[in-house]
Design a protein around this ligand. Structure first.
Ligand code: KIV
Ligand code: ZN
Length: 516
């Protein structure tokens, strides 16, 4: 049986707290999802914001291969807006939803079951006038009365729905129960053969992948989820886990997929990097420990025969292990070649920037590993135009002195210098940068990760800053973690300037910054 993979990283995934992607970032992820071979990309919820609308439109116009879906509540205004954005795709889909559980009807919608039924009939029919491919979701299906649910699904298919999606919206279901629900729907909805049966599971009890697999065992043909399992609250079905379960246990599930598994690792890194959502080390498939063997017995076994302790070959997800390490004598050609082997095709300009950064790092660090290269590319290939460039940083810190930072930022031909004290060296550096840029942002998140091990490891800093309710992610890398921190902060501020527009920034005065 062929299972269709519906990716909602850019819609439900983007609803993760603290995640906010701009159009360029969404497009980059959508292109990568197309390379991964997903069948459907849910590009956004156009009525939700002008940014969502423009992103869906851009993805519909540019991204070829997968079906492009836009989400809408089941009312005419939402559906009009969703169609306005998604109509440009060669394969558009309108995805309409309304809740069906009594708890949602009573407290959220304040509608009777008859009213919901009528809304489904008229809403699906309305969407169908625009688009041949209409997906219908009864929100909170797993907590809905099954008789009513089956009635609603029958009506939706009669009105023209081509895909029926069963969400476990609050992640309440358990695998045997969810499997039984899917089997019951197949048995009791008389016209179910006219539609593709899909599932959409949330991970509140950590069961989203297990529930999706139970649904497949009971006849579900499409699974919705997000890369790295991101999404509302505890997230959605982690697609990389579901996909590799189906591949690795083909003997059990006997399913076909259209996925290029070798693109999984790269897709996961891209999503993590652009959303600023780290991947837990022991995360299945894409966590950094997923293929690491620590105990002597395991290492010995794997060296003798990989399959003793490895059920998947890391190469299958595109994790290429390589012993060739680039260093300060490596040239531009070698860098380009290695990046291409890793699957990165950079423009000349991006390659130049990556090469400059590579040389700087290679001067300070003996060998530059593939992970280091990925960090360089993640940072350099996605640089927004830089109003400010970190020119120099000097920090005095210790446990008995007030940390003080002196920062020089290049702005065109000028270098502007400021100094500030802070509660710690990073705080001091950010305050000095604030004095130069005077952009009143709030720091929402700061994290530091060592890209590889060792004393000369490259540190990767991620910051999230908020400006007028919008969140901007900045990244910086260096063997010096304070320099990486300053680079990340400047990167985030450059993004604010680029996206909000220089002319729209309300600069803070010195006093306000001192108070902050
Ligand atoms: O979780 C949910 O119910 C949803 C629907 C809109 C499909 O995301
Ligand atoms: Zn959802």
């Amino acid at each position: 049986m062929r299972i269709y993979i519906f990716d909602t990283t850019l819609r439900d995934g983007e609803q993760s707290p603290g995640v906010s992607l701009n159009i360029q970032e969404k497009l980059e992820i959508a292109h990568q999802l197309a390379r991964l071979g997903v069948d459907v990309i849910e590009a956004g919820f156009p009525i939700a914001s002008p940014g969502d609308f423009e992103a869906v439109k851009a993805i519909a116009r540019e991204v070829e291969g997968p079906v492009i879906a836009a989400l809408a509540r089941i009312d005419t205004r939402d559906i009009d807006r969703a169609w306005e954005a998604v109509q440009y795709s060669r394969k558009p889909r309108l995805h309409v939803f309304i809740a069906t559980s009594d708890i949602h009807l009573k407290y959220k919608l304040r509608m009777s079951r008859e009213e919901v039924l009528e809304a489904v009939r008229s809403g699906v029919a309305y969407a169908k006038k625009y688009c041949q491919d209409v997906e219908f979701s009864p929100e909170d299906a797993s907590r809905s009365d099954v008789d009513f649910l089956c009635q609603v699904l029958t009506a939706a298919i009669d009105a023209g729905a081509t895909v029926i999606n069963i969400p476990d919206t609050v992640g309440y279901a358990t695998p045997p129960e969810f499997g039984r629900l899917i089997a019951e729907i197949r048995r009791r909805v008389p016209n179910i053969d006219k539609a593709i049966l899909s599932v959409h599971c949330h991970n509140d009890l950590g069961l989203a992948v297990a529930n999706s697999l139970a649904a497949i065992e009971n006849g579900a043909q499409q699974v919705e989820g997000a890369i790295n399992g991101i999404g509302e609250r505890a997230g959605n079905t982690a697609l990389e886990e579901l996909i590799m379960a189906l591949y690795t246990r083909k003997d059990f599930y006997n399913c076909e997929l259209g996925i290029v598994t070798e693109e999984i690792y790269r897709t996961s890194r891209l999503v993590s990097s652009l959303t600023g959502m780290p991947i837990q080390y022991n995360k299945a498939i894409v966590g950094r420990n997923a293929f690491a063997h620590e105990s002597g017995i395991h290492q010995d076994g794997v060296l003798k025969e990989r399959t003793t302790y490895e059920i998947m070959n890391p190469a299958m997800i595109g994790l290429v292990q390589n012993n060739i390490v680039l260093g300060k004598h490596s040239g531009r050609h070698a860098l380009r070649q290695r990046l291409e082997e890793l699957g990165y095709k950079l423009t000349e300009e991006q390659l130049n920037a990556a090469f400059a950064r590579f040389k700087e790092l290679a001067d300070r660090k003996k060998g530059i590993s593939d992970r280091d290269l990925e960090a360089i590319v993640a940072h350099e290939a996605r640089r927004v135009p830089e109003k400010y460039i970190l020119e120099h940083i000097q920090i005095a810190t210790g446990n008995r002195i007030v940390p003080t930072a002196t920062i020089g930022l290049r702005m065109g031909n000028q270098v502007i210098e400021e100094a500030a004290c802070g509660k710690g060296p990073v705080d001091a550096a950010f305050k000095a940068i604030d004095k130069i840029t005077r952009i009143p942002v709030g720091l929402k998140h700061y994290s530091l990760d060592a890209v590889t091990g060792g004393k000369d490891a490259v540190g990767e800093v991620t910051v999230k800053v908020e400006y007028e309710g919008r969140v901007f992610v900045g990244k910086g890398i260096s063997t010096d973690i304070l320099e990486a921190s300053a680079r990340a902060y400047v990167n985030a501020l450059n993004k604010v300037i680029f996206e909000v527009g220089e002319e729209n920034i309300k600069h803070a005065n010195g006093a306000a910054l001192e108070e902050a």
